[in-house]
Write a protein that binds this ligand. Structure first.
Ligand code: SF4
Length: 374
């Protein structure tokens, strides 16, 4: 699978600490540099048929459909791909006008992930999103009218502007719109964001963990009652609408990340990441040099990663793979740490897979990190 990071946004959302620029001055140079990177890395993922290509960001829908197509062409020119390859574009509601969708519907993009976040203006204003509540709804309907059935939307819960009643209405609206995939996250306060600044100055209150906990479990119960499967802590899908791309991450598959700040993984022990700086990225690629650094993961780091990723999913951690992969010393640590948690039913073993029962998923990261080797 290939991930392409588009490092541009119209404006900065108040909670976001991803890598992007709000200036489009160097957009053409960036696209050329990305195409160069695709070419220079064409021998990676050898002998693999690409199952998915994912445009994330930043805001991929800030590009025109022609620009998106030119990147897809470049990938498909150099990599072999499956005939039913999933090609996802993250898109913001304010970009999904008729012209954009008409052109995009003629492209190979066959899945949209829309950054809806909320159907309420108060939430969207606090988040400093570029769209309003009415665009949140109309963009989904328009995308469906143009034939995009494989749709995901992002929703954020636990905002200080929200409460359980508003959250219930958000979810009801989602069901009414017949969206088959939902990614939903608690609002978190990241360092150096406007949100952190407002909270530190007392302008708004912090998100309350207790509220977020209740809203998470309401979300899970409500969506399951409406035919969704809760397949990862933050992800819900109708049958046949799991994200192929993200599922591959969660199954430790190899991936290639193109663009500034994008990460890559060889499926075994090497992780690399591109520089998170647009100018430096462009400059390096202009000189035919990759803008990446890499590290070889120690056994301990591989173990921690396997635990963290696997325990967040419906599949859990495959104990046979774990036993085959790690040394006796690591396995002894593992057995020692899981025992009390199995006694407390915070962890269970089913079909030789270690899992967190769904009723504890809100605490999944904490439970997983208790098992880490530090
Ligand atoms: S659109 Fe996405 S990447 Fe851009 S600032 Fe907002 S949350 Fe961050």
């Amino acid at each position: 699978m290939i991930y392409i990071h588009i490092p541009f946004c119209k404006q900065k959302c108040s909670y976001c600490n991803f890598h992007f620029s709000t200036s489009l001055n160097f957009k053409d140079d960036m696209l050329s540099a990305m195409k160069k990177e695709i070419f220079l890395r064409k021998d990676e993922l050898q002998n693999k048929n690409l199952q998915s290509l994912y445009f994330g960001g930043g805001t991929p829908s800030i590009l025109s459909p022609d620009e998106i197509n030119s990147l897809i062409d470049e990938v498909l020119k150099y990599f072999s791909f499956s005939s039913d390859i999933e090609i996802t574009l993250e898109a913001n509601p304010d970009d999904l006008d008729k012209n954009f969708l008409r052109e995009l519907s003629k492209s190979p993009v066959n899945r949209l992930s829309i950054g809806t976040q909320s159907f309420f203006d108060e939430d969207l204003k606090l988040m400093n999103r570029a769209h309003n509540a009415s665009e949140a709804e109309s963009s989904i309907k328009r995308a469906q009218d143009f034939g995009f059935e494989n749709l995901s939307i992002d929703l954020i819960y636990g905002s200080p502007t929200s409460n359980m009643e508003i959250w219930k209405e958000n979810l009801q609206k989602t069901i009414t719109l017949e969206v088959p995939h939902i990614s939903s996250y608690a609002l978190t306060v990241e360092p150096k964001t406007a949100l952190e600044n407002w909270i530190s100055k007392g302008k708004i209150s912090s998100p309350k963990e207790e509220e977020q906990n209740k809203e998470f479990y309401y979300l899970s119960d409500f969506l399951k009652d409406n035919g969704f499967q809760h397949y990862e802590v933050s992800n819900f899908a109708k049958p046949d609408f799991y994200s192929r791309h993200n599922s591959s991450y969660w199954k430790y598959k190899e991936y290639l990340g193109i663009g500034p700040s994008a990460h890559s993984y060889n499926g075994f022990d090497v992780r690399s990441w591109n520089v998170a700086n647009n100018q430096q990225y462009i400059k390096k690629l202009n000189s035919n040099v990759l803008a990446k650094e890499e590290e070889v993961l120690s056994q301990e780091e591989q173990f921690n990663e396997m635990i963290m990723i696997g325990l967040r999913t419906i599949w859990g951690v495959d104990l046979e793979s774990l036993n085959n992969k790690f040394s006796d010393r690591i396995l002894e640590h593992f057995q020692r740490e899981i025992k009390p948690k199995i006694n407390d039913e915070v962890l269970v073993i089913e079909n030789n897979h270690l899992k967190i029962p769904e009723k504890h998923w809100f605490m999944a990261d904490g439970i997983a990190s208790d098992l880490f080797i530090v």
